[in-house]
Design a protein around this ligand. Sequence first.
Ligand code: FBP
Length: 356
Amino acid sequence: MSAQYSTPAPRSPTILSLAQHLRQVERERPGGVADDLSPLMNQLAFAAKVLAREINRAALAAAAPPQSVQGGTNSTGDDQTRLDVYANQVVLDAFHRSTRLAGLVSEEMDELVVLSEGDRARMILCIDPIDGSSNTEINGSLGTIFGFYRRERTGPGDLTAELIEGRAPLVAAGYVFYGSGTLLVYSQGEGVRSFLLDRELGEFMMCHPDIRCPEEGDSFAANTGRLYEWHPGLQRYIHHISQRDPATRRPYSLRYSGALVADFHRCLLRGGVYFYPSDRGHAEGKLRLFYESAPLAFLVEQAGGKASDGRSPILPPRARSIHQRSSLVIGSAREVELIEKFVAEAEPKTASAWTI
Ligand code: FBP
């Protein structure tokens, strides 16, 4: 006798792929950002799958010198690894037939590349194809960081000027974290979600439907090797969080992986703070506004956290060039505020003395 199957009551699906989620948002918000974003996010997810496969074997490739560093130096003076160059090409290939993308800015390319002047090309993608490049050869965590900036109109125009003058606001952002699993975390302005790459299905599957960043934390991520080149307020902050006081969760633990994406992901899920201030080697900070600091600031604010340059909010990005650097303090709201308080209290009377 065959099994009797009763008709189950309709309920929201627990198994949801990224593609299904994007279609769902399109249906819920027709005619908005989602229409442009869905095909672009699917193309980005495809590029991430290709990179995840390559990154899986990056340590092996790097074991055969001199292949590892073949890239030379990028426009912001950083070494380019073979993987940086390869990843940049994967991203270009993934979007080169896109009718929705007007232009692309990458850490690995000097200038913005115009892709389409068509009447549906409203978005500009700013991307760091490989974040944490120094981890490539040691099988460490790596990431990809991206932001979609939406133009006021379509058609020919000076896209670089539109970005720098703030005429193309950030409307969606995220990162891919190549760690023990491959996670894609993103927001299009209605909360933060994560999707885990199921290699058997070849699909990004919903993992966290609504990520909230804890208000407080007990860990920090920073390259303390540069402590004595930092703003005095930051030096006093490190002293403060190193004192024992269980009531205020001190001493904090240091968790620094060499990859912003990995350290930020920990702060986003567990609470804590990541910061990269200016130092002797990086007068304006190290991280680039349009494809590192601003996209992560968009995400953390969507999740209830905060992001600043130690004094003022990162968003909206204020820049003179597409590769503009900024100091970054990001993570749990209370922890970012604590750093801002130490900086403000230590500001020398003559404001020009220290950059943060
Ligand atoms: P890349 O995008 O060139 O990798 O630079 C960013 C980054 O690697 C971050 O991921 C990381 O947090 C930081 O720089 C590490 O810098 P440092 O080695 O100076 O601590």
